[in-house]
Ligand binder design. Structure first.
Ligand code: SF4
Length: 354
């Protein structure tokens, strides 16, 4: 069944194993669709894309079976993502199936928020633990220009719904682009206070799909801190020992916010994440050129033990540190051109789950 001679005997009981750089496998991002209802400039700047064939998408049962294998190997954080995950029909049903897996300690969703208000209650009832919603601007016209759609009010309604149905630890993600929304950092922190959400600022990343990327447009972590210090005074780093991508900071009044600085300050050293695409390809890094086809194994009848042995042996050999290698490149430009992305949509961030 498997392409090599691995057996379940290779898998450590309890799943305690690490890759070549000593990083455990704790977190899995599961993309449930490659489609999105926005066209954010930093992720999907084109109007048309080559989509994954529908018959190749994993069913909910297949996703749950693969997640079960991953959790048997030590994964305890599962994040549903996309594309825009709420475009996948009946998503609460998948949430319900995953919520029944007792090994998952953190079951989260990343969404652009457009459809969240209408599904918030069902998702909460299905057992979703928490949610992260993207909010790149508080100004409707600016949002429309950046996202290519006039959906700002729906996103704000989604944020309000997350609060009203009682999702704890709400997070708001903002990709900061120089000259576009870099003047809104303090406004977003103020909005986050009212929305009872932690705001996280993300540096513009040169991942696959970011065909408009340039180094000049990156508003850096250092610049974000400088700008916020002008408004709020002392900003204290929280110095947490965590593998989470965001570095967290505290203002003098206790407000906490995060910065995800993968472009200028990569955090590959502590990366315990991998990604499963909607069609069952497993990626060890956001920047990886190729994924491992788990759908093929699953549909060929591989047992959970065989899948676990395969996954663990691949993770053990992992050396990926894509963002660090990018940062070490002298002159950075667009990572992958449009033509190559059209030929292999798996190179797109919206396919592999950002
Ligand atoms: S670039 Fe790759 S290895 Fe580095 S943090 Fe991102 S996913 Fe992990």
């Amino acid at each position: 069944m498997l392409p090599d001679s691995q057996t379940s005997a290779d898998v450590s009981p309890g799943g305690s194993f690490a890759d070549q750089l000593g990083r455990p496998l704790h977190s899995l991002r599961v993309s449930v669709t490659d489609r999105c209802n926005l066209r954010c400039n930093y992720c999907m700047p084109q109007e048309e894309y080559v989509w994954l064939p529908r018959q190749e998408l994993l069913t909910f049962e297949e996703i749950a079976r693969l997640v079960e294998v991953f959790t048997s190997l030590g994964v305890h954080d599962v994040r549903l993502t996309g594309g825009e995950p709420l475009l996948r029909r009946d998503l609460p049903q998948l949430v319900r199936m995953l919520a029944a897996n007792p090994r998952i300690r953190d079951l989260a969703l990343t969404t652009n928020g457009v459809l969240f208000a209408e599904q918030a209650e069902q998702l909460r009832a299905a057992g979703l633990h928490r949610v992260t919603i993207s909010l790149d601007s508080l100004r409707p016209e600016r949002f429309s220009a950046l996202a290519g759609r006039d959906s700002h009010a729906q996103v704000l309604a989604g944020i309000a719904a997350a609060r009203s149905v009682g999702f704890p630890k709400l997070k708001l993600d903002t990709v900061v682009l120089r000259g576009v929304n870099d003047d809104e950092l303090a406004d977003l922190i103020e909005y986050g206070r009212v929305a009872e959400a932690e705001v996280r600022f993300i540096e513009y990343m040169d991942v696959g799909g970011a065909t408009e990327w340039s180094a000049e447009k990156v508003f850096t972590r250092a610049e974000m801190l400088q700008q916020l210090a002008k408004r709020y005074g002392t900003i204290a780093p929280l110095n947490e020992n965590s593998s989470a991508p965001a570095e967290r900071f505290q203002l003098s009044d206790g407000t906490v916010f995060g910065i995800i600085a993968s472009t200028t300050t990569p955090f590959c050293k502590s990366c315990d994440r991998s990604r499963l695409t909607a069609d069952g390809l497993w990626y060890l890094c956001l920047y990886a050129q190729a994924g491992i086809d788990l759908r093929k194994l699953l549909r060929a009848g591989a047992t959970p033990d065989e899948l676990a042995a395969h996954i663990s042996s691949i993770w053990r050999a992992r050396t990926d540190r894509g963002a660090e290698l990018r940062a070490a490149t002298g002159k950075r430009g667009v990572l992958i051109g449009i033509e190559q992305l059209r030929q292999d949509p798996h190179l797109e961030m919206h396919t592999r789950g950002g």
